[in-house]
Every structure is written in structure tokens, then in C-alpha cells.
Design a protein around this ligand. Structure first.
Ligand code: ZN
Length: 215
């Protein structure tokens, strides 16, 4: 479908926007893709500009980054919600505030996010923390996958649920296992579980990586 020339941009929200998704969106809509950061409780926190930087809506939120348990976590105070005040609300995301100006000219200050929530991080036996992007890139060259999800149920075991209509390439499990052994932890085992569909969360989100171990 040809998109109208008047289309200036497409913005995504509610889920993490991965680079390959942005590329697909930009190709399909023939315009730039922008990532918006917000939540159901506090919708407008920051938005990406044309330079790809995140500017904080300081007219709508007061955003702080505070080191809690060795992680720079965001605390958000809504300046617009007069019905249910949320003050220094720990939203569950991490990131930091950035000094300096952006070449786009926007006066709103900059922030940087780590694009995941703490229950998206796989933690190994030695305490190494692996961010979701690692697992997403693991499948970069694997063709024919409709949907997938990595789940860590036990300390040394990750299950990869895959919905692949035409079946999986032989040897996939072995090659992924080899990379995980070499790059993550030699005790970590990967199990592939073919599924027909992957359930979304109660709020309708798809999660690519889940750390399902009890805290
Ligand atoms: Zn900017």
C-alpha cells in the first residue's frame, strides 16, 4: 500500500521498540518511526526526536533517576494527574538523565533508557545479567519464525517457545546452545519448545524475554 506523502512519522508506544521493528515500520510507512515512552499510569514521559534522542516532557512529569540496588531506576512524578497523585513512583524501568542540548533544537532535557524491565533480564548462576537484546539478536538469522519468547524458569535453564509454521531448521537447538554456553554461562541449557501461539500478557503485550524465576 502506498502511503500518503503527508505522513510525517509514526510513533510507537506500550511495548519496547526494537531496531528491527523500527526498520519494518519505517519501510512500510515510508517515514520515520519514533519511540514514545510512557505507561498506563503516566502516559507521556518522553519522546524521541528526529535525532533519535529522548526528550523528557518536563511540563507533564518530573523524572528522576535514582540508584537503587545497583541499578539506575526511574522515579516519575506526574504533574498532570490531579485525581490520583503519583509521586516519585517507581515505574520499573531503568535509565539516566542526560546533560546537554540536542541538535534538534528542542528545549526539553534528554534522558536515556535501558530498554527493559527488571523481570526481562536473565540472570546467570554467576550473577551475570543478560539484557533482552542479546536473546533477540540470537535469532537474527533464523528464518520462518512467527513468534518467539525466551523464558527462564530455573537458574540454569532457558526455554525458547517458538511458533514456526514450517518447522525449524535442524541443528538450531545445537547452534543456539553452543552460543549460550560460550557467551553466557557454561551451565545454562537451552530447550526449544515448539508452540502454536504465544500468549500475550493480561494487558495485551508480547514479551520476548521473561525472567520467570521467583525473586
Ligand atoms: Zn532532540
Amino acid at each position: 500500500m502506498r502511503m500518503p506523502k503527508s505522513l510525517k512519522g509514526v510513533y510507537s508506544t506500550a511495548e519496547v521498540l526494537y531496531e528491527w521493528q523500527r526498520e519494518a515500520i519505517e519501510t512500510a510507512f515510508a517515514c520515520k518511526g519514533f519511540n514514545q515512552y510512557g505507561s498506563r499510569e503516566i502516559p507521556n514521559i518522553a519522546l524521541q526526536c528526529r535525532q533519535g534522542n529522548f526528550h523528557v516532557f518536563t511540563d507533564m512529569v518530573f523524572l528522576e533517576s535514582v540508584n537503587i540496588e545497583q541499578e539506575d531506576r526511574f522515579l516519575v512524578t506526574s504533574l498532570t494527574n490531579r485525581v490520583m497523585p503519583l509521586i516519585r513512583y517507581e515505574i520499573g524501568d531503568s535509565g539516566s538523565l542526560r546533560e546537554g542540548d540536542c541538535s534538534c533544537g528542542s528545549p526539553f532535557p534528554l534522558m536515556e533508557m535501558e530498554f527493559c524491565r527488571s523481570n526481562d533480564i536473565i540472570v546467570t548462576q554467576s550473577g551475570k545479567r543478560i539484557y533482552p537484546s542479546y536473546f533477540i539478536h540470537l535469532l537474527d538469522d533464523v528464518k520462518g519464525i512467527n513468534q518467539y519468547q525466551f523464558v527462564q524458569n530455573e537458574l540454569n535453564r532457558i526455554t525458547l517457545n517458538i511458533d514456526a509454521a514450517s518447522g525449524l531448521a535442524p541443528g538450531l537447538q545445537r547452534s543456539l546452545q553452543q552460543r549460550i554456553t560460550n557467551e553466557i554461562d557454561k551451565h545454562m541449557t537451552l530447550e526449544i519448545n515448539p508452540v502454536e501461539m504465544i500468549e500475550r500478557t493480561r494487558l495485551g503485550k508480547h514479551r520476548f524475554v521473561i525472567n520467570a524465576r521467583p525473586n
